[in-house]
Design a protein around this ligand. Structure first.
Ligand code: GLC
Length: 733
């Protein structure tokens, strides 16, 4: 093993956090055979070919000086970010492998964010399942389908913690909590990468957007993230650290200006922290033209300076803009830039290409896809994921589930027959016709035994109320009303920040008009973010949050509406009463005057708290026990509670554990999620749920910005959400 590789390995292992999991994937460990191959290849590469390995483009090639084919032949391209077609891939790959001087294979990336052709619930929805095994499984299905379509690398998981529901991309992440977000990040990396990146059901993960892109001021897309170093480390970084520890082989740098230093040009972040502190050995890709945009940020005087800043900071591959290939070889020849930095970046990229098996198997077998794409098994997993993601927000008088004997249903609202709302944002690999609408799902569920009276009532965001009369009519002529309202897939996602969280268009008035008919009514709410549904929470008996549930959405919603699946989802982001409350999140600080830290015109409590979700049954928590209320550091606190199903139907419950560090060297949140277990209870059944909480899970950035566990008093809660639970305490010494 070369000295350098030993050194890397040594450095890497020295920095490997004590509590890091053994790698789910060897993507981050160094393989001496691969390192030797890279050494040999680097020796043969010209400066242009090296800079070419650091350049990614789109299939249109519109940023290129010549044709795509020419650039590949000249070794001036390494990767594509938007090819998801086997023939296209193999044709481009053939040029690289057979017509370029060194035959280095291309690497094909794509935004496989929540499934490729089999689309799963949007990530904020899937997170509400709290089912880590399921989330790993859907990632594995996504990888299987993507690889069969010629995609080697997904720009996922997006692990940006977000406390900003105005931000359109809150939909792409796991919500506001770093503990849950870290576990989901790890599950996704394991699901995508498996244990062998060259396998047909694996692809490289890309953890994004590093870092704190989920904290844009005002919720405005691409806006500045003003985050303290302590909040960065305690809140925004943990999911990235968990993903790196799980073996993620790539990260993507964010667009955001992070405390004055844009993430894409931030050496402290991309090198000092990511590589030296965390020991990351994969590569970093920029976001779409985020290298060139360092000029717009005002941190580089021109494109050449932007390229130098980014690659020196630690961005190894440039997406779309061409500052690396157009400047670095010349600057090295002029003695103005270090070849060492170039070689290091190229090494990291080649390392992943070798791990993916691209040198041995550069082409995709076109026959693969017919076996795996949108298979019955994948559709079934999508239906299960959709069921588990849904959150029952209200169910007064047990209006739900509906009786199968219902003879007529009014299905009203602009999303009643809407197809693309099921797929949500970032479903570029999907075919709209694959998605089951709510109308189709209901018909599949009730057959001909029940008349469905359909009326849109209004558009998703139009101004007309001309359709109200027909909708009211449909309601009056039906036994029960289902109102399908909320955001369509065009209301969230990238560049879709909103200054209001209200129902778009005239949907709120439609809701009121239908409610005035006095008919039994349930709302099926589609959304990619928290919405201020205050009036509905007050006046509508039943509300089911369906998010954007994926390709099997219509069937899954019907499964829940008719009780074939008992909903158990729990929101992973706080729902505010008003935009004026933002930022509002559960793990807030107490302040010195907690009773007085309030508004004169609104309660300080949220509309719905983090971790909230109902069931068709009821659960009772009792008998909180702390086996060892005095624990020395390092140690384990053993906490248990009994949970009983006190209702008439079986169901899942996500039992949550929260702690509070009562007094520390810096102020600590009033609550922090530190454990959860998703259990299944039959009617009358009781289970004891036990949490073995390692004291190491209680570390935070102390007064010296060092990760420490401090002795002292801790409060603890076990309950159904962040606002309620059995209370206890323990002490660390
Ligand atoms: C976009 C997004 C990023 C995505 C990339 C490629 O601007 O910020 O998440 O992966 O470009 O599509």
């Amino acid at each position: 093993m070369k000295v350098r590789s030993l050194l890397c390995l040594g450095v890497f292992l020295a920095f490997c956090p004590a509590d890091a999991e053994p790698f789910a994937n060897a993507g981050n460990e160094l393989d001496p055979v691969i390192e030797a191959k890279i050494d040999a290849l680097l020796k043969r590469m010209t400066l242009e070919e090296k800079a070419g390995q650091m350049s990614q483009t789109g299939k249109s090639g519109k940023q290129l000086p010549g044709s795509v084919e020419d650039e590949i032949r000249k070794g001036r391209l390494s990767s594509f970010y938007d090819v998801a077609d086997v023939e296209q891939r193999n044709a481009l790959q053939k040029i690289a492998v057979e017509e370029s001087r060194l035959g280095i294979p291309l690497m094909f990336g794509f935004d496989v964010i929540h499934g490729q052709r089999t689309v799963f619930p949007v990530p904020l929805g899937e997170a509400a399942s709290w089912d880590l095994e399921l989330m790993e499984k859907t990632a594995r299905v996504a990888a299987t389908e993507a690889r069969a379509l010629g995609i080697d690398w997904t720009f996922s998981p997006m692990v940006d913690i977000c406390r900003e529901p105005r931000w359109g991309r809150i939909v792409e992440g796991a919500g506001e909590d770093p503990y849950l977000g870290s576990l989901i990040a790890r599950a996704k990396v394991r699901g995508y990468q498996g244990n062998d990146l060259s396998a047909p059901d694996a692809m490289a993960a890309c953890v994004k957007h590093f870092a704190a892109y989920g904290a844009p001021e005002g919720g405005r897309e691409y806006n500045t993230a003003e985050v303290s170093l302590r909040t960065l480390r305690d809140i925004y970084l943990p999911p990235f650290k968990a993903a790196v520890a799980a073996g993620a082989v790539t990260l993507m740098s964010g667009y955001d200006d992070l405390d004055g230093v844009p993430a894409t040009g931030n050496k402290q972040l991309l090198t000092d922290l990511l590589r030296q502190e965390w020991g990351f050995n994969g590569f970093v890709v920029s976001d779409w033209a985020s290298v060139e945009q360092l000029v717009d940020h005002g941190i580089a005087r021109d494109k050449a300076a932007a390229g130098v800043l980014a690659v020196t900071a630690g961005v190894d591959m440039e997406m779309v803009s061409r500052t690396y290939i157009e400047n670095l070889p010349r600057l090295i020849r002029e003695g103005k830039f270090s070849q060492e930095i170039l070689d290091t970046a190229v090494r990291r990229i080649l390392r992943v290409k070798y791990r993916l098996g691209l040198f041995d198997h550069p082409y995709t077998d076109p026959k693969l896809q017919e076996k795996v794409i949108l298979s019955a098994e994948h559709r079934q997993i999508a239906r299960q994921a959709a069921c588990e993601s849904m959150v029952l927000l209200k169910n007064e008088g047990n209006l739900l589930p509906l009786a199968r004997t219902v003879k007529s249903i009014a299905l009203i609202g602009p999303l009643a027959g809407h197809r693309k709302v099921m797929l949500g944002t970032w479903s570029t690999g999907a075919h709209a016709e694959d998605a089951i609408t709510l109308l189709e799902g209901l018909k599949n569920a009730v057959g001909n035994g029940c008349k469905i009276n359909l009326a849109n009532g209004c558009d998703v965001d139009g101004t007309s109320t001309n359709g109200f009369a027909a909708a009211i009519d449909a309601a009056k002529n039906s036994e029960v009303v289902l109102l399908a309202v909320g955001e369509s897939e065009k209301f969230n996602g990238e560049s879709h920040s909103r200054a209001s969280l209200d129902l778009p268009g005239r949907q709120h008035e439609l809701l009121k008009a239908i409610q005035q008919t006095g008919k039994p009514m349930a709302v099926v709410l589609f959304a990619g973010r928290p919405l201020t549904i205050n009036w509905a929470m007050e006046n509508v008996p039943a509300i089911l949050l369906a998010w954007h549930p994926g390709v099997e959405g219509g069937n899954a919603i019907s499964d829940v509406l008719f009780g074939d699946y008992n909903p158990a989802g729990k929101i992973t982001v706080t729902f505010p009463r008003a935009v004026g409350q933002i930022p509002i999140y559960y793990n807030r600080k107490n302040t010195g005057r907690p009773e007085l830290a309030k508004y004169i015109d609104l309660p300080t409590t949220p509309l719905l708290p983090f971790g909230f979700g109902l069931s068709y049954t009821t659960f009772k928590y009792s008998n909180l026990k702390i086996e060892n209320p005095e624990v020395t550091i390092p140690g384990m606190v053993k906490i248990s509670a009994e949970v009983a199903n006190t209702g008439a139907v079986a169901g899942h419950e996500v039992v949550q554990l929260y702690v509070r560090d009562v007094a520390a060297s810096v102020t600590r949140p009033i609550k922090e999620l530190k454990g959860f277990e998703r259990i299944y209870l039959r009617p009358g059944e009781t289970k004891t749920v036990t949490f073995n909480l390692p004291t190491s899970d209680l570390k935070f950035c102390d007064i010296n910005l060092e990760e420490q566990v401090e002795p002292g008093d801790f409060k603890v809660w076990v309950g159904p959400n962040s606002a309620e639970g059995l209370a206890g305490r323990f002490e660390l010494f």
